[in-house]
Design a protein around this ligand. Structure first.
Ligand SMILES: Cc1cc2nc3c(=O)[nH]c(=O)nc-3n(C[C@H](O)[C@H](O)[C@H](O)COP(=O)(O)O)c2cc1C
Length: 234
């Protein structure tokens, strides 16, 4: 690829130093685990659990944080990180919680398809999955909400996520009001708090190799809910 005046390697003097810093930091330049695809299970859920727990054991910070990608009404992609709440390994469903009134909630209501991506740096492992998004029931959402810390519940009750904020004072007022609501009735549940499941139809496990011979195993769901799997070129 040719570099433009504003592109990588173009900058002289101090401006060039960021590209140099980036070039000097090749990813995955460390010892990484192997991935014996011949021993992979016949469905992706159990392998995801194994990799996630492996990342937790390896001390990866926030190993349960994943990137959720959605599309907006114009078909433009949008993405943000959030916490994985659970995995139904049998069914192949990945659960997360979000506000139905947030941009992502509205995007999912209009286009109930999403991708989840996670990278665990210490292990050089990435998982990518895509599928249809289902919404959990009100009882399930309420149970999840009540298990949250008071601060997390207040944050959801405050609402208006991703709207323009005029200033700290406005937020402080809304926070106090939400606190008072929770004080009056600790069983209060934010009605827009929602559990979502990405019911995956494609899941890829990617094991990085410092020598660039990455190992990739892709699962695809069959119409009868079994899975077929195969290797991908790196
Ligand atoms: C580590 C981390 C965890 C997060 N967890 C959640 C989460 O579980 N649910 C959520 O809605 N937002 C979570 N967020 C905030 C989202 O990244 C995002 O800012 C917010 O949901 C608004 O997204 P939207 O405007 O696309 O709706 C988290 C952010 C970080 C950095």
């Amino acid at each position: 690829m040719e570099c433009t005046a504003a592109g990588p390697g173009s900058g002289g003097g101090e401006a060039g130093s960021l590209a140099e810093v980036l070039r000097g930091r090749p990813p995955m330049a460390r010892e990484l685990p192997s991935f014996d695809t011949g021993r992979a299970p016949d469905r992706p859920g159990p392998l995801f659990e194994e990799w996630l727990l492996g990342a937790v054991r390896a001390g990866v910070p926030d190993a349960q944080v994943v990137t959720l990608s959605t599309v907006d009404a114009d078909g433009r992609p949008d993405a943000r990180v959030l916490v994985l709440r659970d995995v139904d390994a049998e069914r192949g469903a990945w659960w997360f919680a979000a506000d139905a009134d947030s941009p992502k909630g509205r995007q999912l209501a209009a286009t109930p398809w999403a991708a989840l991506t996670v990278y665990w740096p210490a292990l050089g492992r990435q998982v990518r999955l895509r599928g249809r998004v289902e919404t959990g029931g009100a009882e399930q959402a309420a149970a999840d909400f009540r298990l949250r810390s008071p601060a997390a519940r207040i944050a959801v009750l405050v609402g208006r996520q991703s709207e323009r904020l005029d200033g700290d004072a406005e937020l402080a007022d809304a926070w106090r009001e939400a606190e008072a609501v929770l004080d009056r009735d600790p069983q209060t549940v934010a009605p827009s708090h929602t559990l979502y499941a990405v019911v995956a139809d494609e899941v890829e496990f990617w094991q990085g190799d410092p020598g660039r011979r990455h190992v990739r195993l892709a699962y695809t769901r069959n119409p009868d809910a079994t899975w077929r799997r195969g290797l991908l070129w790196p």
